[in-house]
Ligand binder design. Structure first.
Ligand SMILES: [Zn+2]
Ligand SMILES: [Zn+2]
Length: 303
């Protein structure tokens, strides 16, 4: 029987189940640094370093690209303690075989995602399974998971709790449910999807009607306006920085995503929230949680 949240147990599927998350002890703040290595419809991968703990969130860059971008931080895939997966779409797992299977790095995901990843890659992984909605720990990082409405097997968002602050991931969702908004509300730094500009998507001649319907649907992706509405709902003095992510290369522009969100925040008087539009092509500047938060950066030039 596969008892989730039991003690670590090996199963026929070869994975271990994760014990539930404890309340983390009050420890002295450690250095917590976060870098989005890539974000966009062609590949998503982010790096979190909390004290001695080194994690990737999704592995949607090639192994080579991941290695190159980690090297700009002075890090290497061999030093990773785990890879957290939101879901099995290729823009989130295309580097997983090269990184996790070859280097034997643990992969944290739910059961349906693990099954889908195994079927897609035909590779063997050291899976650590969680139940969607539950929490667990990877060394000093507390991980909370929650369901998001997206057309994958069992897609999730994350809230990562560290002693220096909380980091939220909310991408790949067709609409923001009340649950998703509540689960990322404690985030001090949030990666928020602003996938497309609705008009650019509707006017796009290369995408078939069925694909547009999928993207715009209740289980597709958040538009700039939908992302801005989420930002408006969760903004508080605790929210320090927004990374706008998962932009479509063809149906969005960084300045449109930035404008949609910054205009909403300005209306609410939230001038303290920094905004960075994440790029597909280059890593974002590293942000240090708990440190002096930088002011709003100018949106990068369109590419
Ligand atoms: Zn997806
Ligand atoms: Zn995606």
């Amino acid at each position: 029987m596969l008892g989730l949240f039991g003690s670590a147990e090996n199963t026929a599927f070869g994975e271990k189940h994760l014990p539930p998350r404890r309340t983390l002890p009050n420890v002295a703040p450690v250095s917590v640094r976060f870098t989005i290595l890539a974000s966009g419809s062609s590949g998503n991968c982010a790096y979190l370093e909390a004290g001695e703990t080194r994690l990737l969130i999704d592995a949607g860059l090639s192994g080579r690209q991941t290695r190159q971008r980690l090297a700009t931080l002075g890090r290497a895939p061999e030093g990773l303690h785990g890879i957290l997966l939101t879901h099995e779409h290729s823009d989130h797992i295309s580097g997983l075989v090269a990184l996790a299977a070859k280097l034997q790095i643990p992969v944290y995901c739910n059961r349906l995602t693990a099954e889908a990843v195994t079927e897609i890659t035909e590779a063997k992984f050291d899976f650590r399974l969680f139940t969607t909605g539950g929490g667990f720990e990877v060394n000093e990082v507390g991980v909370e998971t929650f369901a998001v409405p997206h057309d994958a097997m069992d897609p999730v968002g994350f809230l990562l709790r560290t002693s220096a602050g909380n980091l939220g991931f909310l991408t790949d969702l067709g609409h923001a449910t009340r649950l998703t908004v509540e689960r990322v509300r404690p985030a001090n730094v949030l990666v928020l999807e602003t996938n497309h500009d609705v008009k650019l998507l509707q006017d796009d001649l290369r995408r078939p009607w069925s694909l547009k319907q999928r993207i715009l649907g209740r289980h597709g992706h958040l538009s700039n306006e939908a992302g801005a509405a989420v930002a408006e709902q969760i903004v508080s003095e605790n929210l320090h920085h927004l990374f706008l992510g998962h932009l479509s290369r063809d149906c969005n522009r960084p300045e449109l995503a930035h404008r949609a969100v910054s205009s909403v925040l300005q209306k609410t008087g939230a001038a303290h929230v920094g905004i960075t539009v994440a790029s597909q092509d280059v890593p974002c500047p590293t942000i240090e949680l708990g440190a002096q938060i930088p002011a709003i950066e100018p949106a990068p030039a369109a590419n």
